[in-house]
Design a protein around this ligand. Structure first.
Ligand SMILES: Nc1ncnc2c1ncn2[C@@H]1O[C@H](COP(=O)(O)OP(=O)(O)OP(=O)(O)O)[C@@H](O)[C@H]1O
Ligand SMILES: O=P(O)(O)O[C@H]1[C@H](OP(=O)(O)O)[C@@H](OP(=O)(O)O)[C@@H](O)[C@@H](O)[C@@H]1OP(=O)(O)O
Ligand SMILES: [Mg+2]
Ligand SMILES: [Mg+2]
Length: 367
């Protein structure tokens, strides 16, 4: 059993009472003496303030994010809405061992070093009931553009409202001189989008280019993924997934490539065309191109992918072939994307965390 009970200690006879009747103590029932001991240490040892804070709230979400992500995600609106639902966010102190912090009901993180993953594993051993969003092994899969889309391909997703696949692609790991041979062997059609194989949060991993013919392929620097460019009407759909909740926005994207452009030469680098500033939601678009992918199709697809990828927090970049019809492609998956720019993100995220708290409460009350 893992129930956090809060008690106002009023008895001056109790040990806690000796340090003042206004103290609240958190008592973990059924978690064994170690947890009691840690709670007691947290209470009486003033060196552990984060522990005291964490244990006096109903549902505590520890977070470990980059400074940039913290700034965009941990906005006051989210913090206060979550607090009104009994959810507290606690910054994980990266200068101290994670094991000494908490207890956390959830750990939200987007750090990828092996040392950090090791800390998460150690924490999970200490507190098996913590929910780590998301497990490092699952995140690793989407930090590599080779494995990123494998589950989408394997799913062979067909729904009565549409089909979803991935563009034909090829991974190039070594010597650039043989790229054209590999491309010919794989039967890839130009133009191709060249993407760095590894996504490591650096600007470099988002440095993409278009290659229009085989002559220029030797200019490319592996390791990379070469993906067939799909005309899609210049609009991309970002499907944000937050557990069972999905939210879709439109972004501008690369324009279609016409037949006569296919002979362009050279590798043409392009900037982050579909970034948040490229929102197309308020734009005057062709009504066919602007039509969002069918909701039931996306719900079913995201449910499948959450299971297969083992992730709760990610987005899919999706395009519609030719800008019309029911053939879709997933071209990119991002772990813990820029939720802070998503409309209503504070409500969506609070609802998600509330659903986790409710589930945890139900599980503990049946034990
Ligand atoms: N196969 C493709 N066909 C057509 N357009 C594509 C394709 N792949 C990428 N693009 C275009 O290039 C943009 C960037 O590609 P992608 O999303 O793979 O890169 P990224 O650096 O991972 O982006 P993000 O900032 O979303 O992480 C897309 O938003 C889309 O406009
Ligand atoms: O910078 P933003 O807030 O826009 O978020 C972007 C995020 O950067 P961050 O992790 O530093 O926040 C990127 O992560 P890295 O690949 O670079 O790790 C990637 O997930 C993008 O797809 C996100 O943009 P979005 O897809 O949501 O438009
Ligand atoms: Mg993308
Ligand atoms: Mg990406």
């Amino acid at each position: 059993m893992h129930i956090l009970q809060q008690r106002k200690v009023e008895s001056n006879n109790s040990i806690a009472g000796k340090i003042g009747s206004t103290w609240r103590i958190a008592v973990w029932i059924g978690k064994g003496w170690r947890k009691h001991l840690q709670a007691a240490v947290g209470l009486f040892n003033m060196k552990s303030p984060s522990f005291i804070m964490a244990s006096s709230s109903k549902f505590t979400v520890g977070y470990a994010l980059t400074a940039k992500k913290t700034q965009s995600f941990m906005q006051p609106a989210l913090i206060s809405l979550a607090r009104s639902k009994g959810i507290t966010f606690a910054a994980i102190d990266r200068s101290r061992p994670l094991e000494e912090q908490g207890p956390f009901d959830v750990i939200l993180h987007k750090l990828t070093t092996e040392a950090w993953n090791q800390q998460l594993r150690a924490y999970k051993l200490r507190d098996p009931e913590v929910l780590i969003l998301d497990p490092p092994e699952a995140i690793k899969k989407v930090y590599n553009r080779q494995s990123m889309l494998q589950e989408v391909a394997a799913l062979n997703f067909r729904h009565c409202r549409g089909k979803v696949g991935i563009p034909k692609q090829l991974v190039v790991d070594n010597d650039s001189t043989s790229i054209s041979e590999k491309v010919a062997r794989a039967g890839l059609k130009f133009p191709l989008v060249a993407k760095p194989k590894f996504v490591d949060g650096t600007a470099n991993s988002h440095a993409l280019s278009l290659a229009f013919n085989e002559v220029c392929l030797s200019e490319l620097r592996p390791p990379l993924v070469l993906q067939e460019f799909i005309n899609h009407g210049g609009v991309l759909f970002k499907v944000y997934i937050i557990g069972h909740i999905i939210k879709v926005v439109r972004r501008f994207s690369l324009p279609d490539v016409r037949e006569n452009e296919v002979n362009k030469s050279g590798v043409i680098p392009f900037p982050r065309v579909s970034c948040a500033a490229a929102s197309a939601d308020g734009a005057d678009l062709d009504p066919i191109v602007r039509e969002l992918p069918p909701r039931e199709m996306l719900e079913s697809l995201s449910r499948e992918l959450r299971g297969r990828l083992g992730l709760s927090l990610f987005n899919l970049d999706m395009i519609r072939e030719g800008g019309k019809g029911s053939r879709f492609y997933v071209i990119d998956i991002n772990y813990f994307p820029g939720y802070g720019k998503m409309p209503d993100y504070e409500k969506v995220f609070t609802d998600f965390l509330s659903s986790l708290a409710e589930r945890k409460h139900k599980v503990s009350s049946v034990r």
